[in-house]
Design a protein around this ligand. Structure first.
Ligand code: S3P
Length: 205
């Protein structure tokens, strides 16, 4: 894929992996239905990296599905397993990692991910009505689908945590391919800005 010129005006037709600030992980956050898994898989393909779905890691480690974990031991236990899965996954490189919608609800977990080196965390931000429509239309089983008011409350509670991500991509009304293109472009701009704020403006790795 091609990128627009970066802030230094240089031709930015360079492989993403080599662009400015070294990066070996993209971490996608956002509410249920934000497209973390579908867009994450596309972005991984584009980068030649591996796609990792944190829910999948949790299920593999527990030998149970997410709804089974919630049914057997409740949300608090699920969050502990989620944190363990995150600690295992955080050691891997060249991955695009889709978090669960609630992974960053615990401020300690949020801070933990934000401390990872060579990592850009991206918030996929869609309007709540669009998220709710996608969640309802999905075959994916989600244990936390309660009353709309409860979902609204969860969404409100989590928003400041999602907004702590390095980059926010507004996804309303866009298809997955468009979101993926915007995401990669936004991450690259972030890399350039971060490098400039390091006082290193020549663009050399
Ligand atoms: C959850 C979101 C789910 C999954 C679990 C809890 C949440 O992931 O981790 O059902 O708390 O929002 P998705 O965001 O991929 O649906």
């Amino acid at each position: 894929m091609s990128y627009p010129e970066d802030q230094s005006g240089k031709n930015s037709e360079v492989p993403f992996q080599r662009a400015c600030r070294p990066l070996s992980r993209l971490v996608l956050t956002g509410f249920m239905g934000a497209g973390k898994s579908s867009v994450g898989a596309l972005a991984a393909q584009e980068l030649g990296w591996r796609f990792v779905d944190l829910d999948g890691v949790i299920e593999a480690m527990a030998g149970k599905t997410i709804p089974e974990i919630f049914r057997a031991a409740g949300e608090a236990h699920f969050r502990e397993q989620e944190r363990r899965a995150l600690e295992v996954t955080g050691r891997q490189k060249e991955i695009v990692l889709a978090l669960g919608g609630g992974t960053i609800e615990d401020p300690d977990t949020l801070a933990y991910v934000l401390e990872w080196k060579e990592t850009c965390m991206v918030f996929l931000d869609a309007p709540l009505p669009e998220l709710l429509a996608r969640i309802r239309g999905s075959r994916h089983k989600r244990p936390l689908l309660g009353q709309p008011e409860a979902l609204l409350e969860r969404h409100q509670r989590r928003l400041p945590h999602y907004r702590a991500a390095h980059v926010t991509v507004a996804t309303g009304g866009l298809d997955q391919t468009e979101v993926c293109a915007r995401l990669l472009q936004a991450v690259r701009s972030w890399q350039v800005e971060e490098r400039a704020s390091d006082g290193n403006l020549d663009g050399k790795p």
